[in-house]
Structures are given as structure tokens and as C-alpha cells.
Design a binder for this molecule. Sequence first.
Ligand code: SF4
Length: 312
Amino acid sequence: MIAFGPVTSRRLGLSLGINNIVSRKVCSYSCIYCQIGETQHMSTDQETFYDPENLTKNVEEHLKMLDELHRPDYLTFVSNGEPTLDKNLGEEIRMLKKFEIPIAVITNASLLHHEKVREKLMEADWVSVKVDTIDELTWRKINRPYSNIKLDKILEGITRFASVYKGKLHTETMLINNHNDSSEQVKQTASFISEINPDTAYLSIPTRPPAMNDAKSATEKTITMAWQIFCNAGITTELLTGFEGTDTGITGNAFEDILNITAVHPLREDTMKELLKKENTDMAVVESLEFLKLIKKTKYKGMNYYVRSYHF
Ligand code: SF4
């Protein structure tokens, strides 16, 4: 249940996901737009989720099951929650380097004020940090942080990390209608991001079912305005507003593949059908997972998605 995919990523090409958090979602945020639902367990405490050797072995076995066409461009820590809550992240990254595939971490940056967390992330080749806003009230409304986190500390942590990190640094700003998308807000966010000078700043919108129904995507006009503000601030900016495509890697075990992918990444119906075709199976697998209440179907922007469902 650790490695999954690879799935097509808008930023990373073919990305083999590594979910280093146990099945229950653990995060320091409960973002209104989160595609894996509301946070069941909010925490800022670093824990051990897996033995690093077991995690590396699981990735190795998964890599062996993939054909040449699906050799990933990146091994990506993208978790059922926040990957830096994993105490062993640094060691895991070091151990995974033996596969000679670049390693990426997608983090909400909420623990970057801890020197030890920054040190662990220094080991990765590619890091994306979340910067949805630098306005305290908006941050509380969108990211709904755990009570003991302070925004100024996070921004300070990001700045410190950016000043020493030698890999490729990226930021991601999710634009939510009537939350963080006014020109004033976007200018403030752009001003902070230009200071840390990332390789690329990504502006994104929810493309899968969000945790809260009121997390609506910014309008096309607003997205264009935000892109212009970012570019005017001298930031290399890309929009992440399209669909990634339907290609996924498979292991031959459709049941497991679907559970592993949907734990961090809702599957659109067309992607699901393509995955089943490659696994030489059919919708009966999906129906039995639905019957067991392990996944559920939901509609978003006129499309059907399958999301992971938990009962504890
Ligand atoms: S979007 Fe990321 S940071 Fe926000 S709640 Fe979901 S997993 Fe946590």
C-alpha cells in the first residue's frame, strides 16, 4: 500500500507515487479543496509510519512489476496527508536514491520552520511547497490548519529553506473563488513568492472533487489575472488547470492498484476504465470495491470520480 502508479502528473511526467502515511489521512491542514476528503487526524507531530527498509523494498518490488514504458520520471512522496509528518522521510529519500530516479516531495510546508524537516527535504531533487495565501484569515479559511501552527513561522521556514535548497524548488497556489483570488491577495502572494525565487510557481484550481462543496475554482478571468500578476512580479509561472491524462502504471493486481491510487488521488471514470482494460479486467472489480465500501463514486463538474472511503 506504499507505492502506486505511476500516474501522469502535470508537473512531473510519469510519477510513481509513494504514500508514506498509513491508510488513515494524517495532515496538519484540512484544506477545503483537498481531493482526499476532510482530515480525519490532524497533527503536527512527526511519527514513524513505515520502516524505511520496508518502504524501499515495497518501491523496489513495485518498480520490478512495471514495463519499460512506465519507468517513472520521478519517485514522488505524495501522501494520504502531509509527507513531512513522517519522521523517517530523510532516511527514506536517501535509501530510494539507489534506484537512480529523481525524488520529489509535495509538501504543505507547515513544518518547514523545523530545521530537521528542512534538512530532510534538502535530500530531495524536487520540492513543491504550498503557498495559497500569505493572509492569516484567508489561510485559516482555506487551509484550516491545526491549532498550534502559525503562518508567519511557515513563511519564515519556506524562506529559510529556499535560501539553501540546491534542488528544483516549486510553489503551488490553489486559486479558490472568493477566497484567495482577489487582485490584492494575489499581489501579496506573488510578492512573497518572488522573494523566494522558485524555479516555477504553479497556479492551480481544484480539478477533482474537493472536501468542501464551497471550494469552487477561481474563474477563467481571475486565473488569467493571477497569471499576469505573477509574471509581472518576475516569476516563472505555469497554470495547472487541465486534466493530466488517463495513463497509469499497473502491477497486475487491479484491486490493490485502485485502492492505492484512490488513497491519494481520485480516479476519473475514463482513467479507471483504461486502468481496468490494462489489467485485463472489468467494472466488476470496481463494483466489488464499492460494495465493500472501500471506494465510492462521486460526481464533479459533470464527470464521475472514484474516491477512497474509510470506515474507522
Ligand atoms: S491538500 Fe494537502 S495539505 Fe491540504 S489537507 Fe489535503 S493533504 Fe493536507
